[in-house]
Design a binder for this molecule. Structure first.
Ligand SMILES: Cc1cc2nc3c(=O)[nH]c(=O)nc-3n(C[C@H](O)[C@H](O)[C@H](O)COP(=O)(O)OP(=O)(O)OC[C@H]3O[C@@H](n4cnc5c(N)ncnc54)[C@H](O)[C@@H]3O)c2cc1C
Length: 820
């Protein structure tokens, strides 16, 4: 009889795949006692046992790359620590491009890898052929080699992590299924388990206030039972392994993303894996309870197109017999990123799941980061990309997940074009004027399920994206929209804004503790502010409008709404009387911006929009058409303008009134690409890119929005300290001197010839006449003058372009236009 689970634990980890084993390993490494891992069957029996074991260090962001690199180093060290052979091999990886677009992409990735400190070499065609003699070089245009990449034995890595955890006291119990989760007062209180041994069933309960859901493809349904949103869905994932091939020799991992394929040599055999464009979702009705080291039925027809290309690309496959045709399920998420962190719905409910076929390379780092987060109350660095709080409740819908993951699997190897939009499971959340915008040529993108007009096609122009790395076919459309915002009047729809109402007797006191700026202002005033953490990092970037003595409206990005709601609720204590309500769907938001916005509004409203009657950073209720709206005088494009908050029932009417009057004022409908192009000229920061929870508010250049006159707010001490110590880095604005190249984000920044950082957000500055970006530059002990005196270049796909640099916005540094 195996050991019975304990009655109490400090933390219970659910699931003994690589994710759960890594969390157990890292919690115990931090000295946590009474850590229990419960696995329903056997360790690794879910997805982990059959992974291909590719180890690729370069990920989409610096911090995810840091985690992947951490995994690589850990898996090397584990063997010595635990005595379990992890099969890790640093044989490098090659990615080849078959198209000009892919070549541009891998060159951009190589430049980024260098900025992130990952060794990478662009290699010539003859070097590719030399390193991979079996490859048919027909159509190959170039490639990159990452010597630090490689491969491992996934199940053994998981077993080594489990052994390491056990050695430090973790209790790992197999054959023990968690069947229920207990909670009280919004917090986890325990789990119930069941096990079957020798024909006997036993059940029990463990009291704990911390669980970690590492249940892989089972994780979604288990989370849903506790009201936790964990949007993932299993997909069938295929590879084949050949019989032994004579003289194959040691080879690096090879990726041919244009043919959706990767190749791994292992023990004299060749593995060919696929990321096909249309994947097969699996297990929509739930993952079978009895699944244990199982595989799914072969589907030769589905795999055939990949195999045909592969036989051409790697001719030796034609003669090699197929030893294994493997089809195994893996969890995929709507945005191809995994989930880490504490669920916003339930205190003490942590998550590490949804790995999108990179769970082996990710789990080492993810386990480290999650354990740090659980231990210290904050992640070791910004992990917003994978934060569970980015999930939206509607994403629990299984049909949505089913349809979306059929696309996301293939997107891993698709061209990662800038502005690329998902094609599946669209149209879930729409503005009340969606059809109006569509009828006028809007081309939509998706954020947090919202359809948002990104740009407007001209009559006769196809209203769709054609992607590319150079100027896209909508470049001139956006230039004209930009021009209207700068010189005339434009309207863009921001109904997707997250809107949070905070009201009650203590609302002002409560918000003043959370906001770095002073929000105890007269009703009608609008305050731009950040929420800081104890390190001075930025948790949220928002406006706070005081609607009355006791009611405030907080306007936040659509994507961060649940993170922001969670931050508020976490800081509400029992002695504070304030009610927090998500009112996002209650109002549409039309941004009427540009020097002629005053004239347009004057044509649809009897109210006074003069500076005296309606100054900058104030809100007024206005009559508009036959309806009412709140006009907020703020701007994210750096021009005179108003955001109109309109009850959704009146939104279409108000839009029609504006559009009618707009005919006499050359009103131009604009999309969010033009908005973003204007905001980057004005150097307004974008949350998640330019400012994150690891970016200090002073280094981000937002000290003007911090009120040190307030005696108490979260992060005040960190601001004080930074003022005393001096800045270590500064956010600068760059503009390429050459007008042609484009910046998106992640392009390396070189100072006097040395890589010092990368562009955190970029766009084309149609008014400034070149690509514009923001990025941090180290500046320890330097004056602003010294920082600006250097020569700056930006590396775009391996070519360096000279850049102008500024600490103040290059467009309208005195902000005269917004106040005009
Ligand atoms: C064909 C294929 C190839 C892949 N190749 C690679 C690769 O090359 N590189 C890479 O990085 N990744 C790869 N992956 C992805 C990788 O295998 C997964 O991301 C990873 O194994 C996920 O680990 P996990 O711990 O989250 O899930 P799992 O390994 O599925 O572990 C979850 C565990 O939870 C247990 N469980 C579920 N519910 C309960 C419950 N109620 N109580 C107790 N226990 C429970 C399950 O039994 C299971 O053991 C591949 C995946 C596939 C399918």
């Amino acid at each position: 009889m195996s050991l019975a689970p304990p009655k109490k634990a400090r933390a219970v980890i659910i699931g003994g795949g690589i994710s759960g084993c890594s969390v157990a390993y890292h919690l115990t490494a931090l000295g946590w006692q009474d850590v229990v891992l419960l696995e329903r069957r056997q360790l690794t029996c879910g997805t982990t046992w059959h992974a291909a074991g590719l180890i690729g260090q370069l990920r989409a962001t610096q911090n995810l790359t840091r985690l992947a690199r951490y995994s690589t180093e850990l898996y090397h060290a584990l063997e010595a620590e635990t005595g379990v052979a992890t099969g890790i091999r640093r044989n490098g990886s090659i990615t080849v491009a078959l198209t000009p677009d892919r070549l541009e992409e891998i060159r951009r990735q190589a430049a980024l890898a260098r900025a992130f400190g990952v060794e990478v070499h662009e290699i010539t065609l003859s070097e590719i052929a030399e390193r991979y003699p079996h490859l048919n070089m027909q159509g190959v245009r170039g490639g990159v080699f990452l010597p630090g990449d490689g491969q491992c034995d996934p199940a053994n890595v998981a077993m080594a992590l489990a052994k390491g955890a056990r050695q430090r006291g973790a209790r790992i119990l197999e054959g023990t299924m968690v069947i229920d989760l207990h909670r009280s007062g919004g917090r986890v209180t325990g789990v119930s388990w069941r096990r079957q041994e020798g024909g006997e069933t036993s059940e029990g309960r463990i009291e704990t206030d911390i669980v970690v859901n590492c249940a892989g493809m089972w994780a979604r349904d288990f989370a849903a039972r506790a009201g936790v949103t964990l949007p993932l869905h299993a997909c069938e994932h295929f590879y084949v392994v050949t019989e032994a091939i004579d003289g194959l020799g040691r080879l690096p991992v090879l990726r041919v993303p244009d043919e959706c394929a990767y190749y791994k040599e292992d023990a004299g055999k060749m593995m060919l894996g696929a990321f096909e464009p249309k994947a097969k979702p699996w297990g929509m009705g739930g993952i079978p309870e009895e699944f244990c080291f199982d595989q799914l039925p072969e589907d030769v027809g589905h795999f055939e197109p990949i195999l045909n290309d592969a036989v051409n690309r790697m001719p030796m496959l034609a003669d090699a017999g197929i030893h294994t045709f493997f089809n195994g399920p893996e969890s995929f998420t709507p945005d191809d990123r995994y989930y880490l962190g504490e669920a916003p719905e339930l205190g003490g409910y942590w998550v590490a799941a949804g790995y999108n076929s990179i769970g082996i390379i990710s789990s080492g780092g993810a386990g480290y980061a999650l354990a740090e987060w659980m231990d210290k109350g904050a992640p070791p660095y910004d992990l917003w990309d994978v934060d569970i709080r980015r999930a939206h409740p509607f994403q629990r819908n299984r049909r949505y997940l089913h349809d979306r993951v059929s696309e996301t699997l293939g997107l891993l190897y698709a061209d990662h074009f800038p502005y690329r939009q998902p094609e599946t499971a669209r149209d879930v959340r729409r503005s009340p004027i969606h059809t109006h915008l569509m009828a006028r040529g809007a081309v939509f993108g998706e954020t947090a399920g919202w359809e948002r007009a990104n740009w407007f096609a001209d009559p006769g122009q196809p209203a769709r994206y054609d992607y590319g790395w150079k100027r896209q076919h909508w470049f001139d459309n956006v230039a004209r929209e930009h021009e209207a915002l700068r010189t005339g009047v434009g309207l863009y729809d921001m109904s997707s804004f997250g809107k949070i109402r905070v009201e009650g007797r203590d609302a002002c006191r409560f918000l003043n503790r959370i906001c770095a700026n002073e929000v105890d202002v007269t009703p009608g005033r609008i305050v731009y502010t950040q929420w800081l953490n104890e390190r001075g990092g930025i948790e949220c970037d928002l406006t706070v409008t005081r609607l009355s003595e006791t009611v405030f409206l907080l306007v936040v990005p659509a994507a961060t709404l649940h993170r922001d709601l969670n931050w508020l609720r976490r800081h509400l204590d029992e002695d504070t009387f304030a009610v927090v309500t998500d009112v996002s769907a209650a109002e549409a938001v039309f941004c009427v911006m540009g020097p002629r916005s005053r004239a347009l509004l004057g044509a649809v409203s009897p109210d006074d929009f003069s500076n005296d009657a309606h100054p900058f950073a104030t809100m007024r209720e206005i009559e508009i058409g036959y309806g009412l709206a709140r006009a907020h005088r703020v701007s994210f494009v750096g021009e005179l303008g108003w955001e109109l908050y309109v009850a959704t029932d009146q939104a279409a009417h108000v839009f029609e009134a504006l559009a009618d009057a707009g005919q006499d004022h050359d009103l131009k409908l604009c999309g969010l690409h033009a908005m973003d192009s204007c905001r980057i000229e004005k150097a307004y920061r974008h949350f998640g890119h330019d400012i994150t929870d690891e970016d200090h508010v002073l280094e981000a250049g937002l000290g003007f929005a911090v009120s040190m006159a307030k005696s108490d707010f979260i992060g005040r001490d960190a601001v004080r300290r930074k003022k005393d110590e001096g800045l270590k880095r500064r956010l600068l604005q760059f503009r390429l001197k050459e007008p042609e190249p484009l910046l998106f984000h992640n392009e390396p920044v070189l100072r006097d010839g040395e890589t010092v950082g990368w562009i955190t957000s970029g766009n084309y500055g149609h008014h400034l006449g070149g690509a514009v970006g923001l990025g941090y530059v180290p500046c320890v002990g330097e004056t602003p003058g010294q920082v600006l005196a250097s020569t700056y270049e930006i590396d775009v796909a391996g070519t360096r372009f000279a850049a102008d640099v500024s600490l103040r916005p290059m467009y309208d540094p005195e902000s005269e236009r917004v106040r005009s």
